[in-house]
Design a protein around this ligand. Structure first.
Ligand SMILES: [Zn+2]
Length: 80
């Protein structure tokens, strides 16, 4: 049988808990980056008034909330 000192057992338990928290933290960071990346895909800048806005998914023609210009997907992609 393996004899383990109390301090070593405590150190192993704390290491396992900290390791678990570390990997959960890394996983949450990656999930957050992915969410923000998807959000950035829908962020556009109006070429006329430079206003930043989120597009309406599924609509071919977008409309700037500030200057009310009609913008196609091609107009929005050219400025990136
Ligand atoms: Zn505009």
């Amino acid at each position: 049988m393996i004899k383990i000192d109390f301090s070593i057992a405590l150190a192993i338990a704390l290491s396992l808990m900290l390791g678990t928290l570390f990997f959960l933290w890394i996983g949450e960071g990656r999930a957050k980056e992915e969410r923000e990346g998807k959000r950035a895909e829908h962020l556009h800048q109006c070429p006329f008034c430079t206003y930043l806005f989120f597009d309406t998914p599924g609509e071919e023609v977008q409309h700037c909330p500030r200057c009310h210009s009609l913008l196609t997907r091609d107009d929005l992609k050219e400025k990136k």
